[in-house]
Design a protein around this ligand. Structure first.
Ligand SMILES: [Zn+2]
Length: 56
């Protein structure tokens, strides 16, 4: 069973923004990253969340 991938690679109608590279943002505020940007963006987001957690 290949049912539950976390980053559901999107239902078309839900996409709000789609970048040339393949990254997307849905109307619900979810991001989908293309293969090229995924490692960088995931690392960046984690670093930012860590930073915000320190501040609060
Ligand atoms: Zn991208």
């Amino acid at each position: 069973m290949a049912g539950s991938r976390y980053a559901r690679w999107t239902v078309e109608g839900d996409v709000e923004t789609r970048w040339m590279c393949g990254c997307i943002q849905t109307v619900d505020g979810y991001f989908g990253f293309c293969q090229k940007h995924r490692p960088t963006l995931e690392a960046d987001i984690r670093a930012r969340i860590d930073e915000l957690d320190k501040q609060s």
